[in-house]
Write a protein that binds this ligand. Structure first.
Ligand code: ATP
Length: 194
């Protein structure tokens, strides 16, 4: 069974994912795998260079800053980049799933709904936190300005929209109750599959 994990910037997806890892659950981080594929797949690399130019790579490595600057606020270009990367990641993910023997695995994707990746999942967990907490966490973690966090938030679905489509919601304002929530969901997921 594939369990999607999503949530807005700074909600605590990585923190939650780590709790699942501690329970021995296999995890797949879409963003990490996407970067790996963009760096290693010759077919994907060629298509990205055709779309964004040779500066998209520097010393054969993805030039993330250049790409981010190019596609940020350019919806059409971003959609074209996604049309190159997402199918390759989905294919890689399907191969990963086929190799698993655990009851379920967690697939983390910050833009799970935005890019229709929920179709890959049997269940979806949404991590939420107050906007105030999310902003202050990202400012602290990344050393960025509040405006930069707000700009990234604007490109994501609202928490309310995500909650409507969720099978499970993890409320991550209080770190102390996080473990409990994860354990409860873990037990339910194992029961579903029995
Ligand atoms: P992004 O979408 O930006 O990658 P994320 O949803 O994966 O973010 P995390 O990286 O897990 O979020 O959390 C953001 C920051 O907030 C991290 O520095 C993390 O340690 C911290 N954090 C997460 N949950 C809590 C919490 N409940 N209380 C305090 N700090 C927290």
């Amino acid at each position: 069974m594939v369990v999607g994990l999503t949530g807005g910037i700074g909600s605590g997806k990585s923190t939650v994912l780590n709790e699942f890892k501690l329970l021995g659950v296999p995890v797949y981080i879409a963003d990490v795998e996407a970067k790996h594929i963009m760096n290693t797949s010759l077919v994907v690399k060629e298509k990205i260079i055709a779309l964004l130019g040779t500066y998209a790579y520097h010393n054969h490595q993805l030039n993330r800053k250049y790409i981010a600057d190019k596609v940020f606020n350019h919806k059409e270009l971003l959609a074209q980049l996604n049309a190159i990367v997402h199918p390759a990641v989905h294919q890689h993910f399907k191969e990963f799933v086929a190799k698993q023997t655990a009851t379920y695995l967690v697939y983390e994707n910050a833009i799970l709904f935005e890019n229709n990746s929920e179709k890959l999942c049997d269940k979806v967990i949404v991590v939420t936190a107050s906007e105030e907490n999310r902003i202050s966490r990202v400012i602290k973690r990344d050393g960025v300005a509040k405006e930069a966090v707000l700009a990234r938030m604007k490109n994501q679905w609202s928490q309310e929209a995500k909650i409507k489509k969720a099978d499970f919601v993890i409320q991550n304002d209080d770190i102390l109750i996080l473990k409990e929530q994860v354990l409860k969901i873990h037990q339910e997921l194992i029961e579903i599959n029995l």
